[in-house]
Ligand binder design. Structure first.
Ligand code: ZN
Length: 388
C-alpha cells in the first residue's frame, strides 16, 4: 500500500498544482494555498502509517477533468487487481458522479464499476450496470461477456445461453462448445429432478449445438439407462470414441457394466480389443487384461499385458503387470516384485488424473468447467507414461 501511495504523490502534486494555478488565475488577489496544506496533510498521514486517510486526501486532490480521467480509471483498476475492491468502487463512483465526462468515458467507468461489483459478489448491481453499458451501444462485447459470467455464476442457464448467443454475434466467433455445456447443465437439472423429458430435450439441444459434446453423450446414456434401454446407452457411450478420443477412458467402465447387464461380455471383449489396437491409451488394454485373467487365467493375461506394454510405456500398466505376476511368485522373486510394486503404487498415489489444457489445473475429478480458469471442456484425462 505504501509503495503505491508514493507513486501517487507526483500525480497528486501535479493535479494540485494545476488546480492551484486555475484558482490563481481566477483570483489574483488571493494566491492559491490549496496545494500545500492538502499535499502535506497527505504526506503526514502516510508517515503516520494512516494510508486510508492519505488516499482520501490524494484522491480529492486529483480533480477529475479530461486529463485525469484515465489516471482515475487506471488507479481504480490497480486497486481492484490488488484486491482492494472498496477503493476501486469509491474511485469509479466518484468518476461517474462527474458531469464533465464524455459518453465514452462514462460508459467505461460504468463497465469498470460493474466489474468491481462482480468481484465483491454484488451480482445484481453488476448486472444492472452492464445492462446500462449495453444500452449505450459502446463496450458491447465486454458487457456481454461479463453478463454471461454472471448468469453462469447464478446458474441461470437460459439467460446465459441468450447472452452467449448475442456475444457470439458481437464477437463473430463461435461459442457453441460453451453453449452446449449450458444445455448439459439444464439436462443434469432434469436428471436430478427425475424429469427425463426435460433432460432429453436439453441433451438434444446440446448435441445440435456441438455434435462433439462428450458430456451430452454421457448424459444421453444415463437417461437411456434410467429408461431401461441398455442397448441405446451402449450406442451413446460408443459415440464418445469418435467425438473426442481423449475422453475414451471415461466410457469404458460404464460400457463394461452395460454389456455385462445384457450378458454380452464376449462382444465387449471384441470391442475392447479393437479399441486397444486403435488407441494409444492404457485403459482399454487394462480392461482386456482383466477379462483375459478372468476367462483364460492369469498366465495368459500376463502374456497379453507384457506384449501390450512393449508398444506403450505406462506406469499403470506396469503396476498391473506386477500385480498379476505376484500371484504366482515365490521366495526371492516375490520379495523383489513386492518392492517394485511399492514403488509403482507410490508413483501412482495421489496422482492427478485430469489436467486443464488451458491453465494447467490438475485434479482427480473430471470437471466440465475448469475450477482454475473457468473455461469449459478444457479439463481432460492426462495422457502419457504416468497417465492414460
Ligand atoms: Zn483451466
Amino acid at each position: 500500500m505504501q509503495g503505491l501511495l508514493w507513486l501517487l504523490l507526483p500525480v497528486a502534486a501535479f493535479s494540485g498544482w494545476l488546480a492551484a494555478r486555475r484558482e490563481q488565475r481566477r483570483n489574483r488577489r488571493e494566491p492559491a494555498r490549496r496545494l500545500a496544506p492538502d499535499y502535506f496533510k497527505g504526506i503526514n498521514y502516510l508517515l503516520n502509517e494512516q494510508p486510508d486517510k492519505a488516499i482520501e486526501v490524494f484522491i480529492k486532490m486529483l480533480e477529475v477533468d479530461s486529463e485525469t480521467v484515465e489516471t482515475h480509471l487506471a488507479l481504480g483498476n490497480l486497486f481492484r487487481k490488488r484486491g482492494e475492491v472498496d477503493r476501486a468502487i469509491a474511485i469509479h463512483q466518484n468518476l461517474i458522479a462527474r458531469t464533465n465526462l464524455t459518453d465514452e468515458e462514462r460508459t467505461l467507468a460504468l463497465l469498470e464499476l460493474g466489474i468491481d461489483f462482480m468481484k465483491s459478489g454484488l451480482l445484481d448491481r453488476a448486472e444492472g450496470l452492464f445492462n446500462q453499458v449495453l444500452g449505450s451501444g459502446m463496450y458491447t462485447r465486454q458487457a456481454l461477456s461479463n453478463l454471461v459470467d454472471i448468469y453462469q455464476q447464478e446458474q441461470d442457464w437460459p439467460r446465459a445461453i441468450d447472452y452467449a448467443r448475442r456475444l457470439e454475434t458481437a464477437r463473430g466467433k463461435s461459442l457453441r462448445q460453451m453453449i452446449s455445456h449450458f444445455y448439459c447443465e439444464q439436462a443434469e437439472e432434469g436428471l436430478r429432478a427425475g424429469d427425463l423429458r426435460k433432460a432429453r430435450q436439453h441433451i438434444q439441444s446440446a448435441m445440435d449445438e456441438d455434435p462433439r459434446c462428450v458430456r451430452a453423450s454421457m448424459l444421453a446414456a444415463q437417461v437411456a439407462q434410467k429408461d431401461g434401454d441398455t442397448e441405446l446407452a451402449i450406442r451413446h457411450y460408443e459415440r464418445i470414441e469418435h467425438q473426442d478420443e481423449e475422453f475414451l477412458p471415461e466410457a469404458i467402465e460404464p460400457l463394461g457394466r452395460c454389456y455385462a447387464a445384457l450378458g454380452r461380455s464376449a462382444e465387449f471383449f471384441e470391442y475392447l480389443n479393437q479399441l486397444a489396437s486403435r488407441h494409444r491409451g492404457i485403459t482399454p488394454v487394462l480392461a482386456v487384461t482383466e477379462m483375459v485373467a478372468q476367462r483364460d487365467g492369469v498366465a495368459l493375461a500376463v502374456e497379453y499385458l507384457t506384449a501390450a506394454l512393449r508398444k506403450r510405456t505406462s506406469t499403470r500398466g506396469l503396476d498391473r503387470l506386477i500385480h498379476y505376476t505376484l500371484m504366482h511368485a515365490e521366495g526371492k522373486e516375490r520379495e523383489n516384485l513386492q518392492l517394485l510394486q511399492e514403488f509403482t503404487s507410490k508413483l501412482l498415489e495421489n496422482k492427478s488424473v485430469y489436467r486443464c489444457n488451458n491453465c494447467g489445473f490438475m485434479g482427480r475429478l473430471l470437471h466440465w468447467q475448469c475450477p482454475g480458469c473457468k473455461r469449459w471442456n478444457s479439463v481432460k484425462p492426462i495422457h502419457g507414461i504416468e497417465g492414460e
